[in-house]
Design a protein around this ligand. Structure first.
Ligand SMILES: *Cc1c(COP(=O)(O)O)cnc(C)c1O
Length: 458
């Protein structure tokens, strides 16, 4: 098929990948070891077994290049995968750019984002091991929604701690979690010691992902029938998301394309990893493809953070890992892209960025909404505020191609839709969204709390 004939590039169901791609097989430098948060000694599997399923722990440290997707998970993926790749023809016209813009649309999943790709896998392995309940955190609510549905499909209970500021900004996400049979409470809550400690110090805390993670982990540690599940950051989560990039590669091949640049928004790093990692082997083999992570200027982990060991949560219950971080006590301002308000970053994305295989840019909130509106008015889909960060940079790349007078192939991940984020769009349309400046003074303060790890791991 010629590239000019197709606008919607659809793979047949039998092309749904049978394996996840594990970038750990190909990294020039391996990950620094994860450390036990109490002893700061290298983690052992038994440190993780109280909260994670054994097969997920194995995936966390695996260096197998391809890991088979269980048939039960693949069958459920078929509810919405392979997801479409669209050519953004109307947007290209509006920008009058010679660039060809493609977007992979993960909003077709029943929960409206890429998060279900990992939720289904994680709940499956927990069920296989006899676990009955899963606790988790959620920011804007997409992960909680995905986990609630995955739990219902496999017959487990879901208990979700939702960052308080988002709980009140996005009440319909809570409704959906409850429709799927999950329980959702605002965090910090009175239900856990971690939550009570935060509330004692600051009764008006808007919450952070780091606090919500502590609450969920604390509950999982207390109960044998309960495990914890994380929606991003960890190696196995990035692994599960690689169905996205593998499909994109096949879809681009169908129209005889290869990308010059691949773009994804970056919170904990999983949707970006999902679209970008399958291109890493090509890049290592000498292909000139740029892989660009986009983060909010209000929470600029890769572009302003330090590459250091830090805690993944506020109370120091989850492993200490080497990653780009703004400090686990950093409280990002209440920007509308709740899913991007995390102080840390996937260790895999961090290491590959450190090694120069990935690029990163930070964008401000108002230009991001501006690009989202432009996209919505030409392509029809209202992007999630998180995904809008990728839209912004795709538009910038297309405008640069126009300036330079070159035709480029630009691909970005539209990680989810924004139909439950209309409150945020209302605020933008009313001129009430701020371009909050990130403060270096605040960063210096929060970096004081990094754990003092032994010299040999630094
Ligand atoms: C959660 C979320 C993100 C951010 O998380 P990553 O792990 O960085 O992908 C981005 N987009 C959407 C739609 C999300 O739901």
């Amino acid at each position: 098929m010629s590239r000019e004939e197709l606008t919607k590039i659809i793979l047949p169901e039998e092309k749904l990948p049978k394996f996840w791609y594990n970038v750990q097989a190909d990294m020039p430098n391996p990950l620094a070891p994860g450390l036990n948060p109490k002893t700061l000694k290298p983690l052992t599997p038994s440190d993780l077994e109280p909260i994670f399923a054994r097969e997920l722990i194995m995936q966390e440290v695996s260096t197998e290049r391809y890991i088979e997707i269980p048939e039960e998970v693949r069958e459920l993926y078929k509810k919405y995968r392979p997801s479409p790749l669209y050519r953004a023809r109307s947007l290209e016209k509006a920008l009058d750019t010679p660039a060809r813009i493609y977007y992979k649309y993960e909003g077709v999943s029943p929960v409206g984002s890429h998060k279900l790709n990992s939720a289904l896998a994680q709940v499956y392995y927990n069920k296989k091991q006899g676990i009955k309940r899963i606790t988790t955190e959620t920011g804007a609510g997409q992960w909680g929604t995905a986990l609630a549905l995955a739990c219902k499909l496999f017959g487990l209970e879901a208990m979700i701690y939702m960052v308080k500021v988002s709980y009140y900004q996005k009440p319909y996400r809570r409704s959906i979690m409850e429709v799927y049979g999950g329980r959702c409470v605002p965090s910090p809550s009175e239900l856990t010691q971690s939550g009570r400690d935060v509330l004692a110090k600051n009764p008006d805390s808007p919450g952070t992902l780091a606090i919500a993670i502590s609450e969920a982990v604390e509950e999982a540690l207390k109960r044998d029938d309960t495990n914890y599940s994380l929606g991003s950051v960890l190696n196995h989560v990035c692994l599960h998301q690689t169905v996205i990039g593998q499909e994109v590669k096949m879809q681009l091949e169908m129209v005889d394309e290869y990308p010059d640049v691949v773009i994804g928004c970056c919170g904990g790093g999983s949707n970006f990893a999902g679209i970008a990692f399958p291109f890493i082997p090509d890049k290592l083999a000498g292909k000139k493809v740029r892989l660009v992570a986009v983060e909010p200027a209000a929470c600029p982990t890769l572009t302003k953070g330090v590459f250091a060991y830090d805690y993944g949560d506020a109370a120091g219950l989850v492993p200490v890992t080497k990653m780009y971080t703004l400090g686990h006590n950093f409280t990002p301002s209440g920007i509308h892209a709740g899913g991007l308000r995390y102080h840390g970053e996937s260790p895999l994305v961090s290491q590959l960025y450190h090694d120069g295989l990935l690029e990163a840019v930070a964008v401000k909130q108002n230009p991001t909404f501006e690009a989202a509106l432009l996209f919505a008015r030409h392509e029809g889909i209202v992007p999630a505020p998180e995904s809008a960060h990728a839209v912004r940079v795709a538009v910038d790349e297309a405008l640069r191609a126009k300036e330079e007078g070159v035709s480029r192939c630009i691909v970005f991940n539209l990680s989810g839709h924004g139909y439950l984020d209309l409150y945020s769009y209302d605020k933008y349309l009313a001129g009430e969204t701020a371009d909050i400046e990130f403060s270096d003074a605040e960063l210096r303060e929060s970096l004081k709390d990094l754990p003092q790890v032994p010299e040999e791991y630094r």
